[in-house]
Design a protein around this ligand. Structure first.
Ligand code: SME
Length: 177
């Protein structure tokens, strides 16, 4: 089976797993298991956008406002939240990623899928595992808001391309609701 055919077979399964389920963690857990097993990825999982545990101080709020007024307007999205490790399959990974940091934080900030053929060439890449060589990160939208990112790592260079982007974006679109 080609990669395209494998994704084609997988999409209805992903849709069925999400249909009628409202718990986002449960859906993310099943989607990461499905993708990991069927596609044979090295690391497959989600980072969720989660508010910082501590409210920002008055001074910190001022700093956020100064750096990014648009983030401040969007209720602190990015300024007062970070990515926190969610359901995943594969080796242990870093638990928190700041807005705009690494491939995941950049996909969140830029609100678009990022394909990285060689992680060593991506400035600021966060190496959770020294074995990861290429990566794709797909934002998960709920309406206009990025609520999570789907992150997939490979031990080979240049594993991901537009086919992965297309199908993984369809799969990520099953999650909200
Ligand atoms: N490489 C990611 C960090 C997450 S791990 O790959 C699981 C990044 O640069 O954001």
């Amino acid at each position: 089976m080609t990669k395209e055919e494998r994704y084609q077979a997988l999409l209805p399964q992903a849709e069925a797993l999400c249909e009628g389920e409202t718990d986002m963690i449960a859906k993310m857990a099943n989607i990461s298991a499905l993708l990991h097993r069927e596609m044979g990825f090295w690391w497959t999982g989600f980072y969720r956008v989660v508010p910082h545990p501590q409210p920002l101080s008055f001074q910190e709020r001022g700093a956020v406002r100064a750096v990014s007024p648009s983030l401040e307007r969007r209720g602190g999205q990015g300024g007062e939240a970070e990515l926190v490790l969610g359901p995943f399959q594969g080796p242990v990974a870093c638990t928190r990623i700041a807005y705009g940091r690494g491939v995941c934080g950049t996909a969140w900030k830029e609100r678009r899928t990022i394909v990285v053929p060689d992680v060593e060439q991506f400035p600021g890449h966060i190496a959770c595992s020294s074995e990861s060589r290429s990566e794709i990160v797909v934002p998960v939208f709920e309406g206009e808001e990025v609520i999570a990112v789907l992150d997939i790592d490979s031990r080979d260079l240049a594993t991901f391309d537009d086919t992965d982007r297309l199908w993984l974006e369809k799969i990520a679109a099953c999650l909200p609701g």
